[in-house]
Write a protein that binds this ligand. Structure first.
Ligand SMILES: Cc1cc2nc3c(=O)[nH]c(=O)nc-3n(C[C@H](O)[C@H](O)[C@H](O)COP(=O)(O)OP(=O)(O)OC[C@H]3O[C@@H](n4cnc5c(N)ncnc54)[C@H](O)[C@@H]3O)c2cc1C
Length: 490
């Protein structure tokens, strides 16, 4: 079977390698170079309940709890039960996970996990280690790779997806098309995501009429360096003992949640934003208790980056604020990666399998790419109709209509600012209504270049996200609607 995969993060690479091993004719395209995307930036690690005192059932409970009860039980069970095999496959692919004294894979703790179950490599360079190992495997495989090949749209014939049209105009046909194009953090003015994450696969699916859901659930990471270019300071640092303090030096998270700094991400992110707003300056992350040798040993990437910026976090707390980080929603798939259109599949952050519910549990996304990438490849030969899944979230449709009212000129910068201010981590009816109106008043650029294609994709996904957020009138997980009484307080 000819399989065409767009994207070379953990999801695309895992799918390609497994499909190749199964004897499929695999081609992988990527809009930049191999190894781009969010995967290589992942610091904290990859979750998996494989150690003593832990179990997939506990991992499933934590995942469901973090997702505010909105996750799909089957998808979650598939994720946690697949962790041990996924970790084994990564080890076999050459990922050198950090080891404990007894030789077993060392396990760290992260927010909202009830057990230490996060495997990491090179301290905080887990994503880089995974990406390097899988890219090396790919280069040694039969998979054909096209770099700088930007997927623009799906080719559809008689209701079936038959391939992909590139921005260059050329077309690639395939029996199965897999969208593994990552998330959409670049919708927002402040994000941890690299430049490639412009929601391309989700926009393609929306334009083709495939089911897309849960776009209102965007996770904002609470601890991103608040000076200079946004730079993530992993949750694992708080897992190791670092704390958040306000301008008066108080650990304000203690009053917010029983788990204080290790409360679910959305709770920490909102508390950080509120406190910063109240005091008129960012809160700080205090890791001084860990000391210089420990910080350099456990978090070498973060340590080096902070020192490069002239910050000595072993002596001085560093200012942090939230930034857009991870999209829980996406192209709706079943637990084998099948999307709603025949011939279309999706995996990784592009997909909405239902594992993350309304809020992702830390370190579950690398795991999702590894588990569901392998499952998708195994399922290619056994095509059966997409079973219409019960959509727990609101389904999104592509909207190209533009409002007659003028709302200034479209630019990527204006869109990112609007999304940050109106569709960010604290939302209200007025702001969302304004965002939907403005986004629909903007003309979608007619894409001729890669940058214009990204702009068009951002606008399509932004419209769907803002509309989904407006439609969901209650707060759930990462989607937080301010009640009228809170608007002034935030
Ligand atoms: C700073 C940071 C830290 C993180 N830390 C962790 C962590 O510790 N643990 C964890 O589990 N998760 C973490 N995450 C989240 C996790 O890294 C991502 O969710 C995951 O790597 C997504 O993998 P993916 O394969 O779906 O997509 P990506 O790794 O984003 O890859 C997407 C690929 O698609 C390509 N692409 C995009 N559009 C097109 C197009 N139109 N045509 C062709 N190719 C295209 C890109 O170039 C790229 O190759 C982190 C994310 C960030 C940004």
């Amino acid at each position: 079977m000819k399989v065409l995969i767009a994207g070379s993060g953990i999801a695309g690479l895992t799918t390609a390698l497994r499909a190749d091993a199964l004897g499929h004719d695999v081609e992988l395209i990527v809009k930049g170079e191999l190894g781009g995307g969010s995967t290589a930036h992942a610091q904290g690690g990859i979750a998996g309940a494989y150690g003593a005192g832990d179990s997939p059932a506990l991992h499933a409970l934590d995942t469901m709890h973090a997702g505010d009860g909105h996750g799909g039980p089957l998808a979650i069970a598939t994720l946690v039960d697949g962790a041990a095999a996924a970790l084994d496959a990564l080890v076999s692919a050459g990922v050198a996970f950090d080891r404990a004294a007894d030789g077993s894979i060392a396990r760290g703790l992260e927010a909202a996990h009830s057990r230490p179950r996060i495997a990491h490599a090179g301290g905080d360079a887990t994503g880089r280690a995974i990406s390097h190992a899988l890219v090396a495997r790919l280069r040694a495989s039969e998979v054909r790779v096209r770099e700088r090949a930007f997927a623009a749209d799906l080719l559809i014939d008689e209701g079936r997806v038959r391939g992909i049209r590139l921005v260059s105009g050329s077309e690639i046909e395939a029996d199965a098309v897999v969208l593994a194009t990552g998330g959409a953090g670049r919708l927002f003015a402040h994000t941890t995501n690299p430049p490639e994450t412009t929601g391309d696969g989700i926009a393609m699916a929306l334009r083709a009429g495939a089911a897309v859901a849960d776009l209102e659930f965007m996770q904002f990471h609470p601890t991103v360096l608040a000076v200079g270019t946004p730079f993530l300071i992993s949750e694992a640092v708080r897992g190791a003992g670092a704390v958040l303090r306000d301008a008066g030096g108080r650990r304000f998270m203690v009053d917010e949640h029983p788990d204080a700094e290790l409360a679910p991400r959305d709770i920490v992110a909102r508390a950080v934003a509120r406190r910063a707003d109240e005091q008129g300056s960012p809160v700080v992350l205090d890791a001084t208790i860990l000391g210089a040798p420990e910080l350099a040993h456990r978090f070498p990437t973060i340590d080096a980056e902070l020192r490069r910026r002239g910050l000595d976090w072993s002596r001085q707390p560093v200012p942090v604020s939230p930034a857009a980080h991870y999209l829980m929603g996406g192209v709706v798939t079943d637990v084998d990666g099948r999307a709603s259109l025949p011939g279309l599949w999706a995996v990784g952050e592009t997909a909405r399998t239902g594992v993350h519910g309304a809020n992702r549990l830390a370190s579950n996304s690398l795991l999702e790419g590894a588990v569901f990438g392998a499952r998708l490849a195994e399922a290619l030969e056994a095509p059966r109709a997409f079973e219409s899944l019960t959509l727990l979230g609101s389904a999104s449709r592509c909207s190209n209509s533009s409002d007659s009212k003028k709302a200034g000129r479209f630019s990527r910068h204006a869109l990112q600012q609007l999304m940050w201010e109106r569709v960010g981590l604290l939302r209200d009816d007025e702001g969302l209504t304004d965002a939907v109106r403005t986004l629909h008043a903007w003309e979608a650029p007619s894409p001729r270049t890669s940058a214009e294609q990204e702009d068009a994709n951002l606008l399509v996904v932004a419209r769907a996200m803002a509309s989904a957020a407006l439609e969901r009138t209650e707060s759930l997980g990462a989607h937080f609607r301010l009640s009228p009484a809170l608007i002034g307080a935030a």
